[in-house]
Design a protein around this ligand. Structure first.
Ligand code: SF4
Length: 286
């Protein structure tokens, strides 16, 4: 086993993100969380989607998979069901997870699959030069909406809370320590955890810059009760003021794999018939 530490997570490829991009601090928080949890490299699989966030795949050394646009969650669920002893993390952006992959996100919520999704939410499709995304504000001027976006932003965290996700949190890329704690709590939670990270994109989202976030985020009050689903939904109805912290946590619901009797003693991969040559079977599909 190889312990997770900064040296072992270090990729030979340096991040190519724009100066000032919120992704830098999210990557730092992810690494810090993994180190503080004292996991081994072999215990963790990270699935990356497509987008500026998905490019994180090049900037961290780990076991993982760089999936298709919007399909990272399906990959993550499959990996978890194959070996439910591993911690599975899915990294994607708002366009990837809340747009292209929304159906897979809802499936992850409904099943309470034990996957931690860290969503870099910059309110744009930034890798493809800043088109409006499902979380863009009404009126947003972008290359895809030159006369202003007509739709309202999607209330995706409300969808998660009301469709079975066991853990829903919101963090902000400008608050590193809190982000680390949110990611750690999500990884430790046994069930589906969604951590929406509000991420400034200085290149394609000039409206929601660091100054805007300073005005529009707030820490959830100390008496906030994350087990109260109704309170979480009421808090999420306010799409302008963004509460940071664990919005909802359901400790009573089992994770998907814990509901499958066939997985109670061994993982699926441990039960794979030895007489089948897996490498040969895979090569036939390639
Ligand atoms: Fe970051 Fe935006 Fe640049 Fe992408 S385009 S790297 S999200 S600042």
């Amino acid at each position: 086993m190889t312990e997770i530490n900064l040296a072992n997570l270090m990729s030979p490829v340096a991040p190519t993100w724009c100066p000032g991009c919120g992704n830098f601090s999210i990557l730092t928080a992810l690494k810090q969380a993994l180190i503080e949890l004292k996991l081994n490299m072999e215990d963790v699989v990270i699935v990356f989607g497509i987008g500026c966030s998905g490019n994180t795949a090049d900037f961290i050394k780990c076991y993982g998979l760089h999936g298709l646009h919007g399909r990272g969650m399906a990959n993550a669920i499959g990996i978890k069901l194959a070996n439910h002893r591993q911690k599975v993390i899915m990294i994607g952006g708002d366009g990837d997870v809340y747009g292209e992959g929304l159906n897979h996100l809802v499936a992850a919520c409904r099943g309470n699959h034990d996957v931690t999704a860290v969503v870099f939410n910059n309110h744009r499709y930034s890798l493809t030069t800043g088109q409006s995304s499902p979380t863009s504000n009404k009126g947003t001027i972008s290359k895809s909406t030159p006369q202003g976006l007509i739709e309202d932003p999607i209330g995706v965290l409300s969808i998660a809370v009301s469709n079975g996700a066991g853990f829903v949190a919101r963090a902000y890329a400008g608050k590193l320590k809190q982000m680390v704690e949110m990611i750690k709590a999500g990884i430790l939670y046994e069930g589906f955890s969604l951590i929406d990270v509000q991420q400034p994109c200085p290149t394609f989202n000039k409206e929601q810059d660091y100054a805007w976030y300073q005005q529009n985020v707030f820490d959830l009050p100390v008496d906030y009760d994350p087990s109260n689903q109704g309170q979480a939904l009421m808090t999420l109805l306010d799409k302008d003021k963004l509460g940071l912290g664990i919005l909802y946590q359901n400790n009573a619901r089992k994770a998907y794999h814990d509901e499958i009797p066939q997985l109670s003693e061994k993982t699926l991969i441990e039960q794979f018939p030895k007489e089948i040559n897996l490498s040969k079977a895979i090569s036939e599909f390639i």
